[in-house]
Write a protein that binds this ligand. Sequence first.
Ligand SMILES: [Zn+2]
Length: 400
Amino acid sequence: MPTESTFLLAGLFLLLAAAGWALGRFGERDEVDAPPPLNIDYLKGLNFLLNEQTDQALEHFLKMVRVDAETIETHFALGSLFRRRGEVDRAIRVHQNIIARPDLAAEQRDQALFSLAKDYLSAGLLDRAEKLFVRLSQGSRYQVQALENLCRIFEQERDWAKAIDAGQKLEMLGGRSLALQIAHYHCELAEAAAASGDFGVARDFVKKATAGRPKTMRGALTRAHIAREMDDTKTALRLYHRIIDEHTYLISEALPEIVAIYKKENQIPELERALKSMLKKNPEMNSLVAYTAIVNDIGGISIIDDCVEKYMLDEPTLAEFIDLQSLTEEGKGAHDSALAKVRRALSKLASSTPRYQCQECGFSSQRLLWQCPSCREWETQRPASRVQFDTVLQHSITGP
Ligand SMILES: [Zn+2]
C-alpha cells in the first residue's frame, strides 16, 4: 500500500523533474527545439517508490538534492513532515543529513539541531534529546524553547534538581514567573526526602517551595505529614486546618488525616467541635465533607454522618429511588439501615468513577495528581464533590 510518504517523495521527484525540464527547455535557447534531457536519477527515485521502497527513495533523494541555500528549506519541510506523521526514523535521517554539511551557517545548524532534538523527543530518546537541548540552551535563538523542553524531560525523568536549574534559567530568559512550577519541583524533593525519613532535608525543601508566589499548599501538606510522623499532632492539626482554610478543595486530602489524628488521640468531641465551626464558617463545604467521607469510608462521627445524610437527601438522582421520609416514619432503625445501605452503594460507585479532574484539559484520575499527565499543567486538578451518576451509567452501558 503506498503511504502518504510515498506520494510526498513522488511529488518531490516530479517537481525536480519538472524543474530539470524547465531548465533544459528554457535554459539553452539555442536548442529550443531539442527534447529536454530526462535525468535518469528522477526515474530511479520514482522506481524505488513504485516498488514501495520508501527508505531507498529517501536515501536517493538525499544524495540527489544536496543541502544548499536553495534546497535547505525543502529538507527542513520534509523532516518536519516525517516527524508529524510519526515517521521519526526518517525525520532523524533528514535532519542528520542537514547537520552533516560542513559549510552550514550557524543559524541553520541550530535549526537542524533543534529539529533533531524534537525528533529524539518524539522517539522517546530522552538522553539524546537532552544533550542537544542543553547545547542549544547555552546560546542560540532556541534558548527559551530548549529550556522549556528540558523542563519537560527532567519532569519525565523525575530529575528535580536539574528541573529546578532549567526552570530558574527559563524564568530569567523568558520573562515570566514559573514560581508555582518550581515550587512543585521543590515539593517533589521534599516528599522524596520525607519518604526516606530525612525530615530535616524535607523541611528545607518545603521552605524553598513556599518562598515564591503564587503559593502552593502542597508544601504545607508535606510539613503536616512530617509533623504527624513525628507525633507532633498539635502542629499537624494546625497545618491541616490551615490547608482547608486556604484551599477548600484540599479537604479531600486533609480530612481523612484530621479524623485519623483525633481518633488516635481519643478526642472525638474535639473533632466534632472543630468540624462544626468549620462548617458554620463555610456551609458550602457540606457536600465536599460528605463526598470525602463516603469515598474514604469515614463514619461514626455524628457531624460527618449528618453531612452524608444531607448530601444523600439533596441528591436528586437518589431521591428517585429512596423515600427516606417514609422510612423515617417507620422508625430510627429502618431509617439508619436504609441510609447505611445507600451509603455503601455510593461508596462503591464513587470508587469506580474518577475522583479528580483537571480544570484545564478534563483529564481525570482516582487520586490527586499535582501535575496533570495530559496537559502537564501544575495544580489544575480538583476533586469531585458529587458522585458522577452520568459517568456510572455510561460505564454500565458501554461496559468496563
Ligand atoms: Zn490537564
